[in-house]
Design a protein around this ligand. Sequence first.
Ligand code: ADP
Ligand code: MG
Length: 525
Amino acid sequence: MKTFSEFGLEPKVLRAITEMGFEESTPIQDKAIPVAMEGRDLIGQAQTGTGKTAAFGIPLINKIDIKEERIVALIMCPTRELAIQVAEEIEKLGRFKGIRSLPIYGGQDIVKQIRGLRKKPQIIIGTPGRLLDHINRKTIKLDDVQTVILDEADEMLDMGFMDDIQSILKLVPDERQTMLFSATMPVNIQKLAQQFLKNPEHVSVIPKQVSAPLIDQAYIELHERQKFEALCRLIDMEAPELAIIFGRTKRRVDELSEALQKRGYTAEGLHGDLSQNQRDNVMRKFRDGSIDVLVATDVAARGLDVSGVTHVINFDLPQDPESYVHRIGRTGRAGKEGAAYTFVTPREIDHLHFIEKITRHKIARKPMPSLAEAIEGKQKMTAERVLEILEKDEHNEYRGLAISLLEQHDSVHLLAAALKLLTGDKKEVEIELTPEDPLRAKKRRPDVRNSGRRPSGPYGTAGGARRNDRPYDRDRGGDRGGYGRGGDRPRRDGGGYRDNRGRSDSRERDGYSRGTSRSNEETLV
Ligand code: ADP
Ligand code: MG
């Protein structure tokens, strides 16, 4: 990660970025901005929501001469919505510099667009179809274009814009910089790039894993204080063969495994404070089934390969989409089906949507399991165990006793009592867990933001100890999830995080951790 001041941008551009609340560049920005600033052609590949717009927008805004009165840059987007979104971001980035940009898309009054064009925008952001309309009407001419950006190129081609794009690109002078951004790189994109880009530099940030289709993903919205009860009910209801429960911190893992034991579950915790010996022990018990619930932190569970994990339960929402994918990937292995449940507090819902967006997977909402469902699940389990014994014919030594009991008692009552005994009473132990802060960016001191001091933490605050933050999803709400759109609403915060979130005693991070914190990891696990 870099701070934006390291790219050598104009102060006015830098100021715009700061005003937008961006503190550090995203990985694709890290890679793309320097290449783009050299004037080279570029192919940028990264998933949705990773900040591709600013990856090309920043160098573009930086490069354009403000005295320019011609269209010098063209951005093509697949849809009206995307054109509007990109135009908004470009507008914000160019605000202090005074860059003029105009979105051009179908469905909007063309006369209005023509009026906009008279204001001599330097950047046009348009959908291919409507752009061609204007080109044919001669209301837009591309003779002076020096930079072309194909945004969300895969989507444009999926929507059948290949011909339109080719026609448009043929009208742009050869002497130009061309950048193509796409989440995926199918062959037709590569062909397009070959045809229109000159010796492009490839920059890509490809996620390590995508979520497996065999995993049934659901979330349960609840309050922090309801989590433990919900967990017990969920375990009772689902009767997992092997379950991994993820907690955010080491303290959490300790408290949770202990609490589960008190309630009568065979659970153990796994985190990096345990010695290698202890860890091996826990893992052995989990593998051979002498415990069926493993409570773990992200880091402790990394690379953990146990077959037969039927359930993953995210007791705490993971920091970022990659950890989410890692976590749920502990189940559904080797072609088996698995279930992943995620507990989400109301304030974390936005973050959940962000995860959905990045993983491109909708997570189904399920209600909190009721007491009745929990009991039913538990009873069903007992019955299954009884039937299993019956099937294996392993009960002969009890026959005599059974006969004599049946002579004195009603069979239904007798069996019910036996089932009750087997199921075990719910141990009513009072459990209190230390609450975890919801995963959400918090207020920070405004003086930090404006002081121009170089932030010292990975995602930039003064404080340094904070290494657990999620990237980019600071509390800006917004409709796209992603790295948090919605910069158009008044910023509620100073753009930062509360200081106490980085308690180094207990936090772990995973997934999107980008180098900066790797070295710290050992102290965390
Ligand atoms: P993509 O095009 O890769 O799908 P976007 O460019 O639309 O993603 O960015 C998603 C969101 O992340 C936007 O709201 C954008 O303003 C925000 N964003 C981009 N870069 C950063 C950054 N460096 N820090 C914080 N937020 C960012
Ligand atoms: Mg985009």
